[in-house]
Design a binder for this molecule. Structure first.
Ligand SMILES: [Cu+2]
Length: 289
C-alpha cells in the first residue's frame, strides 16, 4: 500500500469476514425445521495512535445491507490526567488516584450516492400520540417533514431521518433509502458545533471536516458555518456521536475497547429480506390480492 514516502510501505487496512450470529428465525412447517440463518459482515478497519489512545475506525457491511460505522477507543488512559473526586474516578488503590472524566466526540461525514447519483432527498419522521385510544392502546400517527435546506437537527422521542433516492426504486416500486440509527450518544454541549446530533449540508468538496476545516477553498471552518440556508440538492450528512468517559478500574491496562457509532439501515433497498429462503419469497404484503 502506497503511503507517499519513498519505498516505505505499511499495512494499514484490515479486511475480514466475521460471523454476526442469528440473522433471523421463523418457525417452519415443523418446530424441528425452522427457517434460520446465521449472518456475516465484511469488516474494514484501521488503527490510529493518538497520544495514549489507539483509535479504531471500523466499517461493517452486513449481508443484509446494513452499514455500521464505529470508532473504537483503546490503548491506555493518559498517565498525568488525574483530578479531584468530583471530576474523576478512583482507579488506583483506595481513594487517591482520580482519573479525569472526559469526552470522546466523533464526527462522520456521509456523502450518499444511491443508485450512482448524489441527488437524494432528506426526510425527518416524527411519531406522536393522536389523543385517541384504540382497542389495544393509544393510537400514534407518524408524519414526514422534508428537510429541503441545510439544517442542524437533534434527536427526539421516536424521531428518525432517512436519505432517499428520487430515482432508484426496488421491485415493489419504493424509493431506496438509508435510515440513520443513532445509539448511545452524549452531546458535548460546551461547544456549539458538538450540539447537533445530525447536520445536513449541500455537498461541497472543500467541506472536508466537521470542525477546524482548513481548506482555503471554503470560508467556513465548521458544520455550523456550512449550514447557511442553501437548498439540499446533493446532501451530505454529518453525524456526531459523543461518549462521556468516566474511567473505571478495568481501564488499566490496556484499556478495553469502547465503541461509539451509528448504523445506516437500508430502507426499501430490496422488496423483501435479501437473505430470505426461497420458501418465503411468496410473502410480500398482506397476502390479499
Ligand atoms: Cu476516554
Amino acid at each position: 500500500m502506497w503511503t507517499g514516502a519513498g519505498q516505505d510501505t505499511k499495512k494499514v487496512l484490515c479486511v475480514s469476514e466475521e460471523e454476526t450470529g442469528l440473522a433471523y428465525r421463523l418457525e417452519g412447517e415443523t418446530p424441528e425445521r425452522p427457517y434460520a440463518k446465521m449472518g456475516s459482515d465484511l469488516v474494514l478497519r484501521t488503527i490510529s495512535k493518538v497520544g495514549w489512545y489507539e483509535y479504531i475506525t471500523e466499517y461493517r457491511f452486513a449481508d443484509d445491507g446494513q452499514i455500521s460505522v464505529r470508532l473504537g477507543a483503546t490503548g491506555d488512559l493518559a498517565p498525568r490526567d488525574y483530578t479531584t473526586p468530583d471530576q474523576g474516578w478512583p482507579i488506583g488503590p483506595g481513594q487517591t488516584d482520580y482519573s479525569v472524566n472526559h469526552y470522546h466526540s466523533a464526527f462522520w461525514r456521509v456523502d450518499f450516492n444511491i443508485g450512482g447519483y448524489g441527488t437524494e432527498k432528506v426526510e425527518q419522521y416524527d411519531t406522536a400520540p393522536t389523543g385517541e385510544r384504540g382497542r389495544r392502546g393509544a393510537i400514534y400517527a407518524t408524519s414526514k417533514t422534508d428537510v429541503a435546506t441545510e439544517a442542524t437537527l437533534n434527536t427526539d422521542l421516536r424521531r428518525w431521518w432517512r436519505v432517499v433516492s428520487p430515482t432508484s426504486r426496488n421491485a415493489d416500486g419504493h424509493f431506496r433509502s438509508y435510515e440513520l440509527e443513532l445509539g448511545a450518544n452524549d452531546a458535548y454541549e460546551a461547544h456549539p458545533e458538538t450540539q447537533p446530533d445530525v447536520t445536513f449540508t449541500q455537498y461541497k468538496p472543500c467541506e472536508k471536516f466537521a470542525t477546524f476545516n482548513q481548506d482555503p477553498e471554503c470560508a467556513g471552518t465548521t458544520i455550523l458555518e456550512y449550514t447557511n440556508g442553501e437548498r439540499l440538492t446533493d446532501p451530505v450528512m454529518w453525524v456526531r456521536v459523543g461518549f462521556h468517559h468516566v474511567p473505571r478500574d478495568e481501564d488499566q491496562s490496556p484499556m478495553p475497547v469502547h465503541w461509539q457509532g451509528f448504523d445506516l439501515v437500508p430502507r426499501d433497498f430490496t422488496a423483501q429480506n435479501p437473505l430470505a429462503p426461497a420458501d418465503r419469497l411468496g410473502v410480500n404484503g398482506d397476502g390479499v390480492s
